[in-house]
Design a binder for this molecule. Structure first.
Ligand code: NAD
Ligand code: MG
Length: 383
């Protein structure tokens, strides 16, 4: 039987690559969800014939409703943020892949798990903002949480031997360093949106591309790794690997290290999350070792890239600290993409929010959303 998937965030970078994998593997698509890109969504509906489509943006929703009216085999349209959550919980999918960007994906991740579905998670912000809610729900419902983020997929792949996984001592979380690796604060000051959108190795959505330039992405991934693999922050070492060939590594009690390597192509981790525990052939080119003249390794400069330092502080504070850092970053990145603040302001604002409170203690989903709102308001008040 071919697998049936539901894909949230189908019009994005991960979403479209996930449909490449679905096409290749002959998967059926139960549902597709997007915010507003109907130019991308309509051909996806025509090709994959989902039974349900969720569209969040109200104007796009209205437009799609008009487009689909009268079509005999039109999918059921689910509307708004509520529709996204309804789709996540819809019966009939073997796995739900969440490739929404930002905290907008959190409620859908929880709905996926609470309805008993396995969750293939690209939306790292779900774990950053609501890590304990997500991991508790996974425990309670006995579902699988399958990482899509390339580093976390690498770590997950290195830990498939359950026996040695028990002696995991340390994670080596790799980072490309982004377009501004090695630069000083002075050199970063004038960097524009266009400079920051030029990632050396990966082609991704705008938000994560900016996060890669500020190293916020690595800070978010460090928090994601704490929740996924249960090691404390000080057992996760960030290693810069400029070519993005080593996707991460794990070290065991005997100091043996296992790493996962491959060309930088997200279709490998996406496919592994969907086929796990199996491995299936992939059209991704093989890594040619004879062409690898060198692998450059370095360290991440937290003094200059303050977002990374702020994320470490946030996870040490615990509670809603990471949620606050994430909310501040989402707001600051949106402002940077509108040319309203400078590149270095992103780190200043994220660190400012993290320093503004203790954030400790247990939390509910309502607390997470309230904290996110407060962090965004703090940013707007401190421009
Ligand atoms: P993207 O901007 O290309 O796509 C985002 C998707 O989310 C789109 O389909 C959009 O319609 C949808 N979306 C946006 N706002 C929404 C909202 N309010 N409600 C519902 N849907 C909404 O982003 P991306 O680069 O594909 O990244 C998606 C997620 O995957 C992010 O969490 C990112 O950190 C993670 N990720 C991406 C990559 C990559 O290579 N692109 C790698 C690892 C992890
Ligand atoms: Mg990553």
């Amino acid at each position: 039987m071919p697998k049936t998937i539901t894909l949230l965030g189908s019009t994005g970078s991960i979403g479209t690559q996930s449909l490449d994998v679905a096409r290749m593997q002959g998967y059926r698509v139960l549902g597709l969800a997007a915010n507003r890109r109907l130019d991308v969504l309509l051909p996806q509906i025509a090709e994959f014939h989902p039974r349900y489509v969720a569209v969040v943006d109200p104007a796009a929703c209205e437009q799609l409703e008009a487009e689909l009216a009268g079509q005999p085999d039109a999918p059921v349209l689910l509307k708004g943020a509520e529709g996204l959550v309804q789709l996540a919980a819809m019966e009939g999918a073997d796995v739900v892949l969440n490739a929404v960007v930002g905290i907008a994906g959190l409620d859908a991740s929880l709905a996926t798990i609470e309805s008993g579905h396995d969750l293939a998670l690209a939306n790292k912000e779900s774990l950053v903002t609501g890590g304990h809610l997500v991991t508790d729900a996974v425990q309670r419902h006995g579902v699988h949480l399958l990482p899509v983020d390339s580093e976390h997929s690498a770590i997950f792949q290195c830990l498939q031997d359950a026996h040695s996984a028990k002696t995991l001592e340390k994670i080596l979380l790799t980072a490309s360093g982004g377009p501004f690796y090695g630069m000083t604060t002075d050199q970063l000051r004038g960097k524009t949106r266009a400079d920051a959108l030029k990632h050396p190795n990966w082609s991704m959505g705008a938000k994560i591309t900016i996060d890669s330039a500020t190293l916020m992405n690595k800070g978010l991934e460090l928090i994601e790794a704490v929740w996924l693999f249960g090691l404390p922050e000080d057992k996760i070492q960030i290693v810069v690997q400029r070519e993005s060939i080593i996707h991460s590594a794990v070290q065991f009690a005997d100091h043996s290290i296992i790493a996962q390597l491959g060309v930088p192509d997200m279709r490998i981790p996406i496919q592994y999350a969907l086929t796990w525990p199996e491995r299936l052939p992939s059209p991704v080119p093989e890594l040619d070792f004879t062409a690898l003249t060198h692998l450059s390794i370095g360290t991440a400069d937290e003094e200059t890239f303050r977002c990374l330092a702020a994320c470490k502080k946030a996870i040490r504070k615990g509670g809603l600290g990471p949620c606050a850092a994430n909310g501040a970053n989402e707001e600051a990145v949106a402002l940077f993409l509108q040319d309203k603040i400078g590149f270095l302001d992103i780190g200043r604002l994220v660190e400012g929010v993290v320093d503004s409170d203790s954030f400790g203690g247990d939390y509910t989903l309502a607390d997470v959303h309230e904290c996110d709102r407060m962090a965004r308001a703090w940013v707007r008040a401190h421009l």
